[in-house]
Design a protein around this ligand. Structure first.
Ligand code: FEO
Length: 386
């Protein structure tokens, strides 16, 4: 098997100039667009890369195979960070066959004006592609991350080409001292947090495969059983919306600092009780970091200002992000501020009305300007501890 693994090489690229992935996710350490080549009797390329890196990517393919022809381009996912160079590839390798799901070819027609009808192979769940020494089996993974997605299992090496699944933010040539979990979690809840049921369906299929390697379209390749087990366990926790870390996440906004002071006082009370606490200023810190922490911890405290007889905008936006990702199975408490008619706690609780298995802590702390009852805050801390 190890000889056969040598057939597989990376031909992807790193984007270290990007600041916002998908126009919304801050990526201070860039992004990788992975692509792989299987140097078999019928040379096969797995996915393309972002539009800005077509020449570099084609150069990486030439580096691996020189002037040899490519037999197949497998398109697992049509989002443009991976599909943008399909037409360029088709021109560079005119005898190659494009392999993808029927839904992907519909998207190709929309993106490129052609569905490659004269040189395509439409595949579906369970179909196989024999490239010589390798046998690629296709597995449907709808909504991980788009509806057309297929992942590919190489039966010869136990390699799972997993499309977006198990990816992370960050270029692979920039060290990430935090390891895989943090940016993989932010990526997961950012792009597929809403689709836990569909991720569970893919995990159920993956559980039946003897996976020895995972080749995602973003981030590092998984080469050990421990790495693979760890990633599968976290994906199971995340897709079931289960608590990953016991503790409290305090998300706050604060116009003049009074709400922030009370949020920080609560954090101190909880820390003194031995409870793990994370907190974020939603106005000044990364919104998607806050979203991943809301899903990571079991208790969420929301502290904000009443605003236009409702909820301060950044807090409202944060709650909407959680709800559209099926936020559930958590305990939520409130701290509200209002100089004359505080209403934010009631309005926030109303926003969670349709969320499944969300319970509310009984004590709400109300701040009027700077004044609040410290006994209420201690009571809230006790309820969190209970
Ligand atoms: Fe990395 Fe859904 O594209």
């Amino acid at each position: 098997m190890s000889d056969l693994l040598d057939d597989i090489a990376s031909v992807g690229v790193n984007d270290t100039g990007i600041t916002l992935f998908e126009g919304q996710f801050a990526v201070s350490k860039g992004m990788s667009y992975n692509s792989y080549i299987i140097k078999d009797e019928k040379i096969t390329v797995m996915d393309t890369v972002d539009a800005h890196f077509g020449e570099a990517w084609l150069g990486n393919i030439r580096r691996e195979i020189g002037a040899q022809e490519v037999a197949y381009l497998v398109v697992q996912h049509m989002e443009p960070d991976h599909s943008s160079n399909i037409a360029a590839f088709a021109a560079a390798y005119p005898s190659a066959t494009i392999v993808a799901s029927a839904a992907a070819f519909v998207m190709m027609k929309n993106y490129f004006g052609t569905d490659f009808a004269d040189r395509r192979l439409i595949i579906k769940e369970g179909d196989t592609l024999n490239t010589g020494r390798h046998l690629l089996k296709f597995v449907a993974a709808p909504m991980v991350h788009w509806p057309e997605v297929m992942v590919t299992f190489d039966e010869a090496t136990g390699s799972l080409f997993s499309a977006d699944a198990f990816g992370k933010f960050g270029a692979t040539n920039i060290p990430d001292d935090e390891g895989w979990d943090c940016e993989a979690r932010r990526y997961y809840f950012g792009i597929v947090g809403k689709f836990g049921v569909q991720v569970q369906a893919l995990l159920a299929k993956a559980a039946k495969l003897p996976i020895s390697r995972i080749y995602p379209l973003h981030g590092p390749i998984f080469t050990t059983a421990e790495e693979i087990q760890h990633a599968l366990e976290l994906y199971t926790t995340w897709s079931r919306y289960e608590v990953e870390t016991k503790g409290v996440f305090i998300a706050y906004t604060s116009v003049y600092g009074h709400t922030q002071r009370v949020a920080e006082e609560l954090a101190s009370l909880l820390t003194a009780k031995g409870i793990k606490v994370a907190k974020a200023d939603l106005t000044r810190e990364d919104m998607h970091e806050a979203i991943e922490d809301a899903f990571r911890y079991g208790t969420l405290i929301l502290a904000t200002t009443s605003y236009n007889n409702g909820v301060f905008p950044k807090m409202r936006e944060f709650i909407e992000h959680l709800l559209e990702r099926n936020y559930q199975k958590r305990c939520v408490g409130f701290i509200e501020n209002g100089s004359w008619a505080p209403c934010a706690a009631k309005k926030m609780q109303e926003m969670f009305a349709a969320a499944k298995e969300v319970t509310f802590l009984p004590t709400t702390v109300t701040i009027k300007g700077a004044a609040y009852n410290h006994a209420d805050l201690e009571k809230l801390a006790e309820e969190i501890k209970a």
